[in-house]
Design a protein around this ligand. Sequence first.
Ligand code: ZN
Length: 128
Amino acid sequence: MKSSEGRLTRRRGMSKRTAGMDCKEFMRLIPIWLDGKLDGKRGVRFLEHMSSCSDCNEELHIQYLVKEGTARLESGGNFNLDKELSDKVTAYRKKLGRKHTENVIIYWMEAIAAVAIIFILVLVFMWM
Ligand SMILES: [Zn+2]
């Protein structure tokens, strides 16, 4: 474990910026993402960085294996973590995609509501 920690620290040192997020930020967000708590724009940037940076992709795999692997070894089940992680990424991509659609719908509903309010105000004024 000691040697792998050293490797991770060295990798954190060199930070390149990809898709609006640097490796440092990506590393910091990995545990949050693994807990399913990363959302919105940061989630989108996280996915973008994941697909454009092989170092961080590898780091994500390592952290996932450590996190899930330890839990699974304790419970004694057999598992295919590589596939599970890619399923998790796919599901997350879908989830963010849906979120985006929801946001667009909410935006339009708000816009329509605003227009309706203005329309009602105009009617009220014309009545007076
Ligand atoms: Zn990176």
